[in-house]
Design a protein around this ligand. Structure first.
Ligand code: PLP
Length: 422
């Protein structure tokens, strides 16, 4: 790629934070993208009067198309990624007071979905170079009550599914992939979502495939898919009557408006995926040359990275001891949108601490004691702590949709901040 990085690396400048000229003032692409095709699709639903998914065919068509896109046999649309996780856990047979292994470097929903069904999340650490689940550490936390493991494909890079599946097989665990950020991602040629027993996706506003809100569960297991369908359709069964409710269920259906938008947005996804991937690979090469910046490592078995986030590690030692907050302020002042990402490990979040304690107390009362650490400090997982407190930096997926010159300005800005910090 012909990008003007050599020029971008010139020196002698004053940081925008200190009153100098910023590297850029132009905005990065906004999200979402849409055109008349999306407008037409939404108007068609409006004018049809068939707004609910039981009346129209768009949600069904999308579910089939998205499942095929991710190499899964079955797709069950769900109101959002949080509910999809809860449905996946229930449909996979996780019971109240079961233990479920979860990494703590993720969105809160990965753990609250476990708690919502009365099960207990047990946290394991992440790998230092990818921030993905550390299967070795997960294995050390397995007990006789462990029923499932949730592998989160953070940022859009699949977790080491060989290690996770091996672990699950040896210990008789169900495997759920939290693929909320991983549309189009693939592990050794198989797309994410149906490599484990089930996988869940989010179509919330920030996601690479967006309908404002929405989600889906994917699986290759027909019986699991039918259980999930029932859970999302107030306990109905696929061939049953309207008022026939065979199991406890919920109304977790999408509307046809969301189905229509997901169909039009899905058409854009492959091209957007390619742009993000090209830009991310280029940033990987360029940023790793800057002292103190380490892009998320890419496992060679990863054959598709969705790049919902562009993730890199910040080392303050190489930035004159200045902390990450300073770096982020300096980079933003140069015109580059960036964030620290998750700053609180899930085991330090009050909602999780309180709810987990509640279920653990109940487990103790019924003679199934759970060994929870006395305090978050006792639980502290070193890689997660570092990622949250000082290392992790995120660029968003929409930033990656910008052009070549824009990527060069990101590198230029990071290099400028690095020189100034030194
Ligand atoms: C890793 C992860 N899991 C689960 C979710 C929950 O998805 P939703 O916001 O659609 O409920 C999200 C989305 O924010 C996420 O990033």
């Amino acid at each position: 790629m012909a990008r003007d990085v050599a020029a971008a690396r010139g020196g002698g400048e004053v940081l925008a934070l200190d009153g100098g000229a910023p590297v850029r003032t132009a905005p990065f692409p906004t999200w979402p993208e849409w055109d008349e095709g999306d407008e037409r699709a939404l108007l068609e639903v409006l004018r049809s009067g068939a707004w609910g998914s039981h009346a129209g065919g768009r949600v069904r068509e999308f579910s089939e198309r998205f499942a095929a896109y991710q190499d899964a046999r079955h797709g069950v649309a769900v109101t959002n990624g949080t509910a999809a996780l809860e449905v996946a856990l229930r449909a996979a047979g996780v019971q109240p007071l079961d233990e479920v292994i979860v990494p703590p470097y993720t969105f809160v929903a990965t753990a609250t979905a476990v708690l919502a069904i009365g099960a207990i999340p047990i946290f394991c650490d992440i790998l230092p170079d990818t921030y993905l689940i550390d299967a070795g550490d997960a294995e050390r936390r397995i007990t006789a009550r462990t029923r499932a493991i949730v592998a989160v494909h953070i940022g859009g890079q699949p977790a080491d599914m060989d290690a996770v599946l091996d672990l699950a097989q040896r210990h008789g665990l169900r495997t759920i992939e939290d693929a909320a950020q991983a549309h189009g991602a693939a592990w050794r040629g198989r797309r994410a979502g149906a490599i484990g027993d089930a996988g869940t996706f989010s179509f919330q506003s920030s996601k690479n495939l967006n309908a404002g809100e929405g989600g889906i569960l994917l699986t290759n297991d027909r019986a699991l898919a039918e259980r999930a369908w029932s859970l999302c359709n107030v306990g109905r069964v696929p061939q049953g009557a309207w008022y026939q409710h065979e199991v406890m269920g919920f109304n977790l259906r999408l509307t046809e408006f969301q189905g229509a938008l997901l169909l039009t947005q899905l058409e854009r996804l492959p091209a957007q995926y390619d742009v993000r991937d090209r830009n991310a690979r280029w940033l990987d090469r360029e940023l790793q040359g800057i002292p103190g910046i380490t892009p998320q490592a890419r496992d060679e078995r990863v054959t598709g990275h969705a790049h919902h986030l562009y993730l890199f590690r910040y080392n303050r030692e190489r930035f004159g001891g200045r902390d990450r907050d300073w770096f982020l302020r300096a980079l933003r002042a140069e015109g580059i949108p960036c964030s620290p990402g998750y700053t609180t490990p899930l085991y330090r979040m009050k909602a999780i601490i309180d709810e987990r304690r509640k279920w653990a107390d109940l487990a103790g009362a019924v003679g199934r004691p759970v060994a929870l650490p006395a305090s978050p400090d006792d639980e502290a997982l070193p890689v997660t702590e570092r990622a949250c407190a000082e290392e992790g930096v995120w660029l968003s997926q929409s930033t990656l949709l910008a052009g070549e010159g824009d990527m060069a300005q990101i590198v230029q800005a990071v290099a400028k901040v690095q020189r100034a910090a030194r």
